[in-house]
Design a protein around this ligand. Structure first.
Ligand code: ZN
Length: 368
């Protein structure tokens, strides 16, 4: 059975408006001919292009999906929010949250993006594909039920989890978010639940600046089922793999999910414009190998990676290719032309020891 790869050209047509980095153009901010909002189609399209060139795409079971329907969306988002989003989208687009602009027709593209995540989760749960990667766009992990944030307009993963739970396909789901920003939306949606474990690795205080603390463990029945690992800026290859071995994997072993979903951002990579971490393509391959092994051990290999952030147009394709090839167990590689340069710029041994010690300290506080 193959790895499923869920994508749709129309998701690349989502338009975020006229920005330079995260600044709306105007005044002293000169418009950019190329580039603009960092959440651009290029990172995603270039990843798909690289997979086509190496032949990796052809090894995968490529699928699109139906847009998530209204009933599916309303398990997470109130009707009032969906109505407002659709009305602004039908007019000429705009901004109804915080750093989550969209163009005309953005609602339909967002429901398609959520639909890709839903299909990937459903098809893995029913055994139609072995595991899956969903190249969703717009992303989802910052979106709260009635508050779009950080380029995220619908909570793709939460919508897919709720659909699978409602259909009786899964009972206990774990979401590991290795996007460099805190998965505040996913956390908020499942904060008082004990059937969904949420784990977020993120650069401390990056975005959102006020969420993602180590002490935020969930509430009520969900007490202990939310894990935040706020990492120091500068964390690199060794620190990330240590965080997997010391925190994520033990937490998954204890929770015993029947499916694992990864909020897969590539913005912890070196040269990402929106963060200050030092992961490489080898880091993402190593994390993917660990989570794939955990899924095989814990839940018959049921694993879905859902695309989130990652803003280096040049480097995301190599991180994504290494991740998806590892997920699929493929021998096809796209040799990373920047890896040797990035390897010699990893944290010094002394700083690395400090980073690993701080992860050990947080793991102890978490009871892991
Ligand atoms: Zn991010």
């Amino acid at each position: 059975m193959a790895t499923g790869f869920y994508w749709d050209e129309r998701c690349f047509w989502h338009a975020g408006g006229n920005y330079a980095l995260t600044l709306p153009v105007g005044g002293l901010v000169q418009p950019q001919v190329a580039g603009g909002l960092p959440e651009s189609p290029e990172t995603k399209r270039r990843l798909k292009n690289l997979m086509d060139v190496t032949g990796l795409s052809a090894e995968l079971d490529q699928r699109s999906a139906a847009p998530a329907d209204r009933e599916t969306l309303e398990r997470v988002h109130p009707a009032r929010y969906l109505n407002e989003f659709k009305a602004v989208s039908d007019a000429q687009g705009g901004e109804i949250g915080h750093h989550a602009p969209f163009g005309r027709g953005g609602y339909e593209i967002a429901t398609l993006s959520a639909g890709l995540a839903c299909a990937a989760v459903r098809d893995v749960a029913t055994g139609s594909v072995e595991n899956a990667y969903a190249l969703t766009r717009p992303p989802g992990h910052h979106c709260e039920p009635d508050n779009p944030m950080g380029f995220c307009l619908l909570a793709n993963i939460a919508i897919a989890v709720e659909a699978a739970l409602a259909e009786g396909l899964v009972k206990r789901v774990a979401v590991l978010d290795w996007d460099v920003h805190h998965g505040n939306g996913t956390e908020k949606i499942f904060y008082d639940r004990d059937d969904v474990l949420t784990i977020s690795f993120h650069q401390e205080g990056n975005y959102p600046t006020t969420t993602g603390g180590l002490a935020d463990r969930g509430s009520g029945a969900g007490d202990g089922a939310n894990i935040n690992l706020p990492l120091h800026a500068g964390s690199g290859h060794t620190a990330y793999l240590h965080a997997m071995d010391r925190v994520a994997i033990p937490a998954l072993d204890a929770f015993k999910p029947d499916m694992i979903i990864v909020a897969c951002g590539f913005d912890a990579a070196m040269v990402d414009p929106l963060a200050r971490m030092q992961a490489t393509s080898a880091t993402f391959a190593g994390m993917t190998q660990r989570i794939r092994d955990a899924a095989k051990r814990l839940c018959q290999g049921r694993l879905v990676l859902v695309h989130e952030g990652g803003y280096s147009e040049a480097y995301v394709p190599f991180c994504g290719h290494a991740t998806i090839a590892t997920l699929a167990g493929s021998a096809i590689s796209a040799p990373d032309p920047m890896l040797s340069s990035f390897d010699i710029r990893q944290p010094s041994p002394a700083f690395d020891a400090f980073l690993r010690q701080s992860i050990d300290d947080m793991a102890k506080t978490l009871g892991l």
